[in-house]
Design a protein around this ligand. Sequence first.
Ligand SMILES: [Zn+2]
Length: 255
Amino acid sequence: MENSHLHFNTSIGVKKPENIRNKDQACPFCERDQLTDLIAVDGPIILLKNKYPVLENAFQTVLIETDDCHADISTYSNEYLHRLIRFGLKYWLEMEQSGRYRSVIFFKNHGPLSGGTLAHPHMQIIGLHDIDYKEKVSQDMFEGIVIAEEEGVRLTLSTKPRVGFYEFNVEMKDSGYELRFSDYMQIAVHYILNHFPFKTTSYNVFFHHVEDKIYAKIVSRFVTTPLYIGYGIPQVPNNLQWMAGEVRNIYFNRM
Ligand SMILES: [Zn+2]
């Protein structure tokens, strides 16, 4: 039988620590000598089994990005950014190629409206045994106004956003790592957190591997609109051209 919904185990869910709002909760990812079930380590970057596997029929891992609890994609040095994203892409694609899962998702939550529970910078790689995320992917969710394009890597602002409002997309071929891929991703995150026309503290990054391309969709998060919750209708703002120009001005110094 086809499974369209991912089952969430509520008895594990209630035990999960939360410290984005609850500042008194100690950070479990800072206590590095307490971490167990490590899968791979590259200095401060650690991939390990999720201690709170709330999803059924799934293999959940956590990628701890750094030992700095207050860092973020927007603040990493160039060198560190590439080391981290290379590491993440490698283990994500390895899980995909293992053939053990129907599909493998790789994503990041940041900030109180992102759906995340721990503030320490981390990402998640999750093998899904009976759901193929690619069935819900359409090509047009990655299309948009081109902000920058170099060496086959492209940064766009969605004209057909998946959920609505502002979604940046970065794409590259899956044949090899391109430095620009992570550079553009960092620019999108930095823009959202520092130059957005509305105050925002939250974003997600969702990686997709579709056909021969790798995409990162960087989504600024606000309270989700009722039109999307109730009717699944995404809204497109009328200032996308302006915003694309702003990003070009700030980060690429050209119009
Ligand atoms: Zn921490």
